[in-house]
Design a protein around this ligand. Structure first.
Ligand SMILES: Cc1ncc(COP(=O)(O)O)c(C=O)c1O
Length: 397
C-alpha cells in the first residue's frame, strides 16, 4: 500500500483528536438513550415525506431559509405556546441539527475559557463534554427530588463571585432530568429564577424530555415564567421521533441567536427532514407520543419491578414519572466505573454516575435507560446485571 500522507504538522491549534467512535451495543443495553426501534412511527413518516414532497419537493432545488423551514418553525412555536406556555413565534427560533447543536453553539457564544457555568450535580454528559471542550469551569449545584436546591445555588454563586470568577449561566434539564429523572417543581423553578435573577445570571433550559410524561401533571417551562429574555431554551425531536432525524431548535432573544449562529456551520438544517417532521406534526405526531409514552410507562414499570426482584434493600432507585431513566444508588464505596467495561463485555451496559459529574464523583450510581429495550429484555437484563454484580462481588448486597 502507498505510504499515507501525513497531516500531523498541518492540524490547526484548535483541532482535537475526537474522531467519532462507533456506538457499541451490548445484549442488554441500558446505556444508550435511544427510543425502541419497534415503536418508531415509520409508516407515518413515509406518508409525511410523500405529503411534504408533494407540497414543496421542488423547492429542494434551493437552499432553504438559514433559520430552517419557516413552516416547521411555526409549528414548533405553536406547540411550545400550547404545551409549554411559551410566548414565542417562528422568528424567535432557529432549527439545529438536534438539540446537541443548539447546546454547542450557545455554549460557544457564551463561554470563554475559565468562565464558571453552573449545572445540576449530575448532568447529561454531552453537555458536560461540550462545556469542557470550550474551557468552562463546570460547577455542580446540589439537587433533591424537586430539582435544584435554591439555597445551594445561591451559596455556590456567591462563593464563585467571591473568588472573582465570572459566572456565566445556569444550564438545567428541568423535565425528567438526565440522568436523575426528577422534574423540577413549579415552586423550585420560581426560586431558581429568583436566585439567578438576583445575581443577573441567565438560565439555559434544555427541555428535550418534556413530552415524555406518562404520569402526573406537567410543570410549565422556565421560559414561560420569565418575560425579560433571561431564559434561553432548547428542544429536540430526538426523544419524540428519533435521534436519527437530527432535528432540534434553539429559542432565544435575537441578539443571542445572532451570536450563537456565528458558530453554526453547514448552513440550514436538512429541508428534507424538516418537510417530513412538519407533515408529521400536522398529522400523527401527537398520537405517536401518546403511544410511545404508554410503552415507556410499561418499560419503567418493568425496570422498577426487576430492580425490586433482583436487588436487596442496600440499593435504591428512582421511579420517574416520565423520561427514559432510572437512577440507581449502590452503597457508598461501590465502584461501578471500575467494572463497567468488564460488565459490558459480559452483555450489560450502563453509564455510571461519575460520567455525569463535573467533579467525577458518583461511581456508586448508575443510570439505567429503559427506552430502548423491550419489557422482556429489561426483566432479563436487570436480572443478569444483578447476577454479574453478585458473582464479581462488586458490593456487599
Ligand atoms: C438532556 C439532553 N439534551 C440534549 C440531548 C441531545 O439530543 P439531540 O442532539 O439528539 O437532540 C440529549 C441526548 O440524549 C439529552 O439527554
Amino acid at each position: 500500500m502507498a505510504e499515507q500522507f501525513n497531516y500531523n504538522s498541518l492540524f490547526s491549534a484548535n483541532s482535537r483528536d475526537t474522531a467519532p467512535g462507533n456506538v457499541r451495543h451490548s445484549k442488554y443495553d441500558f446505556a444508550v438513550a435511544y427510543p425502541d426501534p419497534a415503536n418508531l412511527p415509520l409508516e407515518e413518516l413515509i406518508e409525511s415525506v410523500r405529503a411534504g414532497f408533494e407540497r414543496e419537493g421542488r423547492d429542494l432545488a434551493y437552499y432553504s431559509s438559514p433559520s430552517g423551514d419557516p413552516e416547521l418553525r411555526k409549528l414548533v412555536a405553536e406547540k411550545l405556546a400550547r404545551e409549554r406556555n411559551m410566548n414565542v413565534t417562528a422568528d424567535d427560533m432557529v432549527l439545529t441539527s438536534g438539540s446537541g447543536e443548539a447546546i454547542g453553539i450557545l455554549i460557544q457564544a457564551l463561554t470563554d475559557p475559565g468562565d464558571v457555568v453552573l449545572v445540576e450535580e449530575f448532568v447529561y454528559l454531552g453537555t458536560l463534554n461540550q462545556m469542557r471542550r470550550y474551557g468552562a469551569d463546570v460547577v455542580g449545584v446540589k439537587c433533591d427530588d424537586d430539582g435544584i436546591i435554591p439555597e445551594d445555588l445561591d451559596s455556590v454563586i456567591t462563593e464563585q463571585i467571591g473568588k472573582g470568577n465570572n459566572v456565566k449561566y445556569l444550564y438545567t434539564i428541568p423535565a425528567f432530568q438526565n440522568p436523575l429523572g426528577w422534574t423540577m417543581s413549579l415552586e423550585r423553578r420560581k426560586q431558581v429564577l429568583e436566585v439567578t435573577g438576583k445575581h443577573g445570571i441567565p438560565i439555559f433550559e434544555d427541555d428535550c424530555y418534556a413530552d415524555l410524561r406518562f404520569e402526573g401533571e406537567d410543570v410549565t417551562s422556565f421560559h414561560s415564567l420569565d418575560d425579560t429574555g433571561r431564559v434561553v431554551y432548547a428542544g429536540s425531536f430526538s426523544k419524540i421521533i428519533a435521534p436519527g432525524m437530527r432535528m432540534g431548535y434553539l429559542v432565544a432573544p435575537k441578539p443571542v441567536i445572532a451570536r450563537a449562529w456565528s458558530f453554526k456551520s453547514g448552513g440550514a438544517v436538512s429541508q428534507f427532514t424538516a418537510l417530513a417532521i412538519a407533515e408529521l406534526m400536522k398529522g400523527g405526531l401527537e398520537h405517536h407520543i401518546e403511544v410511545q409514552n404508554r410503552a415507556l410507562a410499561a418499560k419503567r414499570d418493568a425496570m422498577v419491578a426487576a430492580l425490586g426482584e433482583n436487588f436487596g434493600s442496600a440499593v435504591e432507585w428512582t421511579v420517574p414519572q416520565g423520561g427514559l431513566y432510572c437512577w440507581v444508588k449502590f452503597p457508598e464505596g461501590t465502584d461501578l466505573a471500575a467494572v463497567q467495561e468488564e460488565i459490558f463485555q459480559e452483555g450489560v451496559s450502563y453509564y455510571n454516575g461519575s460520567q455525569f459529574s463535573p467533579t467525577g464523583e458518583g461511581s456508586n450510581y448508575v443510570r439505567l435507560c429503559f427506552g430502548h429495550p423491550s419489557v422482556e429484555t429489561i426483566h432479563e437484563g436487570v436480572a443478569e446485571f444483578a447476577r454479574i454484580l453478585d458473582r464479581k462481588k462488586v458490593f456487599p448486597g
